[in-house]
Design a protein around this ligand. Structure first.
Ligand SMILES: Cc1ncc(COP(=O)(O)O)c(C=O)c1O
Length: 452
């Protein structure tokens, strides 16, 4: 180890922190944040030469192919030399068309049209606007509301932010927001918001959707937005009946279903889209992150035939929409996923990760639940196994810091440590990580007095 990995003190870093407005507090920057320099496969290196095994695909989870995939790099280079830019306004381009053809083959069968953006937030904006246009085109201009869930994250755009039910300070800092977002509870059985235990819960969380709609007037709603498998409480996959029930309610009141697959899409959950786990055919579907393995900014909205057929002119133009280079990166990413059979492999690695964690952590007093689908696994912590009491964030952060010192990048959010490594991860990587991680947890339990 070259320096303390948690305190990056190189000269380059000091310059950088003054010049860049980092997306973190000034206090964090004062303490010293890591400046990343290079990446290869599963590993990243900082400017001081410290190496880290990236267990979170870049923390925000896009780097599904690992770093520096040459095939994607070449595809991007080639596209820049062929056609580096094409306006999305009244012109088409070949990579956008080809990517759409490729996606339509792997998306739910009703999703056959795509529009491209640069971030998941923009994809959410587009999806919400398309939902409104769908209703307006049929004379229902008044359907301005959306229904979202507490615990949801749908990005930082005007429409997405109003539907954001997680990290509420993010909302509160920018009030007033675009009006019309209504929230229900999320399905989170480990700490059920209704104090119930599945399956004897009458699916209260799904039923609440109808109660809320009736209270608010269902005729005012354009869409329900939700992640098929939700990040907010740690890669939470609801029981199948949850989505059956929610989708039936949406259908009853002619409310469109937007499936936000910004994280859970493109193989993260062991299938191309998480919707497949539930046999869902949403009306609109957002995707981003793994769509280009995070190499260049790319996001997409998958549009069902039902919506496409009635929307005449999607007046939502921005310079980088349908960008040919970004779309070329998307095509190349799909090529690698398919040629190397990476989604199937990642599914097997996800199972191995869960099993290895369970073997190592099942008896730990602070580990409440280990769950996950595909290579998206979460460890839900508690200070009391019986009551499932919440686990202090400061102790989770301490585990993260210890792991970082040992060379492992992971991420914490309330109660949960989430793992979402690249699909190329090996069993050796997993074994190394779980061994170090277990020790970090044991050390923290001792500091907390939960273990001797
Ligand atoms: C489900 C979901 N939707 C939307 C977004 C916003 O995507 P982006 O950060 O690319 O704007 C995110 C980001 O994490 C997300 O998890």
């Amino acid at each position: 180890m070259k320096t303390d990995r948690t305190k990056n003190t190189s000269k380059k870093h000091t310059l950088d922190s003054k010049l860049v407005l980092h997306k973190t507090s000034k206090g964090e920057i004062e303490k010293g944040i890591i400046t990343l320099k290079s990446g290869n496969g599963m590993y990243i290196e900082d400017v001081d030469g410290n190496k880290y095994l990236d267990m979170e695909s870049g923390i925000t989870r896009p780097v599904c192919l690992g770093y520096a995939n040459e095939y994607v790099a070449k595809a991007v280079y080639n596209q820049i030399m062929e056609l580096s830019y094409a306006t999305p306004c009244g012109r088409s381009n070949l990579p956008a068309m080809e990517l759409s053809e490729r996606l339509s083959k792997v998306a739910p069968k009703n999703i056959n049209h795509f529009t491209y953006e640069s971030s998941g937030s923009e994809a959410v904006e587009s999806a919400m606007k398309l939902a409104r246009l769908y209703h307006s085109a049929q004379g229902n201009k008044h359907r301005y509301k959306v229904i979202s869930r507490m615990g949801a994250y749908h990005g930082v755009g005007g429409m997405g932010l109003r539907a954001l039910g997680l990290m509420t300070p993010m909302r509160h800092s920018f009030e007033p927001l675009t009006p019309g977002a209504i929230f229900v509870n999320s399905p989170y059985c480990y700490r059920c918001p209704f104090g119930r235990r599945y399956p004897d819960c009458n699916l209260e969380c799904a039923k609440e959707v109808e109660t809320r709609l009736l209270f608010e007037d269902p005729d005012l709603f354009s869409a329900f937005i939700g992640e098929a498998i939700q990040q907010g409480f740690g890669s939470y996959a609801p029981p199948r009946e949850y989505w059956d029930e929610v989708r039936a309610i949406c259908k009853k009141y002619e409310i469109l279903h937007i499936d936000d697959e910004v994280i859970c899409g493109i193989g993260r959950t062991g299938k191309m889209f998480a919707a497949e786990h539930y046999d869902m055919e949403p009306d609109l579907m957002t995707m981003a992150k793994c769509i280009s393995s995070g190499y260049v900014p790319l996001a997409a909205v998958g549009i069902s035939d039902k919506v496409y057929d009635v929307v005449d002119n999607f007046m939502h133009l921005h310079t980088y929409g349908n960008h040919p280079v970004a779309c070329a990166a998307g095509i190349a990413t799909l090529d690698v996923l398919e040629k190397e059979n990476l989604i199937e492999k990642s599914n097997a690695m996800g199972k191995y990760l869960k099993e290895t964690l369970a073997d190592a952590l099942d008896k730990r007093p602070s580990v409440g639940e280990i769950r996950g689908t595909g290579l998206w696994v979460s460890i839900d912590f508690t200070t009391n196994q019986e009551t499932r009491a919440e686990f202090p964030m400061s102790n989770l952060n301490s585990i993260i810091t210890q792991a970082l010192k040992l060379g492992y990048m992971i991420k914490a959010m309330p109660n949960v440590i989430e793992l979402a490594p690249a699909y190329i991860i090996s069993k050796e990587n997993i074994d190394d990580f779980v061994k170090a991680f277990t020790q970090c947890i044991i050390d923290e339990e001792k500091r907390m007095g939960l273990a001797k």
